[in-house]
Design a protein around this ligand. Sequence first.
Ligand code: NAD
Length: 384
Amino acid sequence: MAKRSIRFGVIGLGLMGREFASAAARWMHLLDLDFQPVIAGICDTNPALFGWFQANFPTVNISTTNYLDLLASSDIDAIYCAVPHNLHAQMYTDIIQAGKHLLGEKPFGIDQAANRSILAVIEQHPNVFVRCSSEFPFFPGAQRVIESIRERQFGTILEVEAGFLHSSDIDPNKPINWKRMVEINGEYGCMGDLGLHVAHVPLRAGWKPHNVRAILSNIVTERLTKDGKKVPCETWDNAVLFCDVRTEQGDAFPMMLKTYRIAPGETNTWYINIYGTEQSIRFSTRHPKSLLTMRYTSGGRQTWNEESLGYASAYPTITGGIFEFGFSDSILQMWAAFCDELLNGHTGMRQSFYCATPHETAQHHALLTAALESQKSLRCVIVE
Ligand SMILES: NC(=O)c1ccc[n+]([C@@H]2O[C@H](COP(=O)([O-])OP(=O)(O)OC[C@H]3O[C@@H](n4cnc5c(N)ncnc54)[C@H](O)[C@@H]3O)[C@@H](O)[C@H]2O)c1
């Protein structure tokens, strides 16, 4: 089967730029897709990062330190942009104005003003396809949670908890980097880094918070630079958002969203728990094979069932169904969804879960902006 190629330029060749390229390199892992991403151009201000791409991707024909070179090239159809948050607004708007499709990284603008400027340009370019990265909902357990939400299996929803916990900042001697600097990472701190991961599924479910009371913690207030100088570290490390959800279908329930950079014992744990009068469900990437469900009927027993999930991915792959699913698999699945929707549209996709939309990023910015205000004023704040 001849595959349709989508020629990608990658801007930002760090942690995430390489993850995408690696997913593109093992595209044959996915079964029966008639499209594929091709890494055609690369850009980073640090040319030392070109070597890995050039050695592994003979398809790269533009390597540049100036992203405008990729935007000017007729050999590039789409861009993956994975750069620090302070650059999102300028780069994303330039990319869209150049007519290139975009998968941008979260938080999709360093703050709400930046996010609004990106959305305004998207509005002016309806033929450009734009989505935001968020891969965790592609874990098989998360997909099952999404299916339960679609089928409204919960009865009355009592409570939702979702979070993203890691502990990469637990070491006070870890040197400061851009993700801990307000001017580059943004005032949201950990919420900007992790918030869309946590909010994506609830927002897709229509569970937009009406108001929020946030408690934000800056635990490590100083860090060392690479040359051993102590400097202030002003970003929020941990955030708990107590949200009051009221949906268009008339549901009303509390939702607690956690984004922690200092969660002892957690490396990269994404979870969602939904409790309802008829069914409850729990999934965490800490135990990626396990899905916990409890059905309750009047007078019946309340027993949690643990199902061993295996590799039941949204897009079928060569991996046997009994095997385990992991982070890089979720990246591969997300990219399949992006390319599928780009080529086949929302309704023509092989499966129905699409990547986070610009509108969903705007909803999450509204929540995070309200959370900052709540922390400042020690009040519950309406999410506009
Ligand atoms: N989806 C996820 O799971 C996930 C995980 C980590 C980070 N991210 C997001 O990805 C983005 C990048 O994060 P990262 O961890 O890859 O960061 P990183 O620091 O590893 O990489 C960023 C790269 O951008 C390059 N860069 C900086 N300015 C540039 C410019 N003007 N032109 C071209 N390149 C430039 C840097 O040299 C660096 O190589 C951020 O938005 C972050 O929030 C997403």
